[in-house]
Write a protein that binds this ligand. Sequence first.
Ligand code: SAH
Ligand code: DHB
Ligand code: MG
Length: 228
Amino acid sequence: MNKAFGNDDPRLSAYIGAVYAPEDAVLAEIRTRSIAAGLPDIQVAALDGRHLELLTRLLGARRAVEIGTLGGYSGVCILRGMAEGGQLHSLELAPHHAEVARESFRRAGFATRARVHVGAALEVLPGLAAEGPFDLVFIDADKKSTPEYFEWALELTRPGSVIVTDNVIRDGALIDTGNQDPTVLGGRRFHELLAADRLGDARVSATTIQTVGSKGYDGFTLALVLPA
Ligand code: SAH
Ligand code: DHB
Ligand code: MG
């Protein structure tokens, strides 16, 4: 699915697509090959991928971590935002997804700059400490564990780093109190963690911007890591 910008107005989506052309042939091939390989069609929207690329470039990031690789779509966006020599560690539970992603990184010209770690992220993250601190962490794996990933991201970064978290809105599921799905509860716990942080010694300065999800609107939380 080539997710539309503007939620429900196809003319606006076509206009923005024409102006920014956020998905080139390399990314389109990754999206279609991932779907053909049976991966779920849940990569970031093309323009949200552009947001990731530009944010990475704005940060001058040279070392990044991604939690949740899928077929490598968002990872390629992050790698494109990094200067020559920038390195991405991307964490993926499913070996088949990791294989598809390695091919994507190779095709995008990043074979030597992307490392895909196969395993449960909570088991892989402690081993990354020696490679840090990282300039950017993108959290986009199983949503029930998002708060735990955020705590790990704080461990692996430094003041001035940015932690981006995907799928923090879920088309309003977040505020539907009847929805007790573990993925939604993970999102609520994540926002509560940020709110508690604001009340005490803030560890981050955070905001949430709207993105285009696979079922409607969604969001990225941007969190700047503050000095202790
Ligand atoms: N960042 C990707 C989308 C990731 S989808 C993009 O936008 O292109 C979420 C991915 O997280 C899936 O591939 C899923 O297999 C993986 N995942 C789920 N649970 C995980 C875990 N515990 N550790 C690491 N990856 C996990
Ligand atoms: C879904 C969307 C995502 O961006 C993701 O990372 C995982 C799941 C979804 O819509 O189910
Ligand atoms: Mg996502």
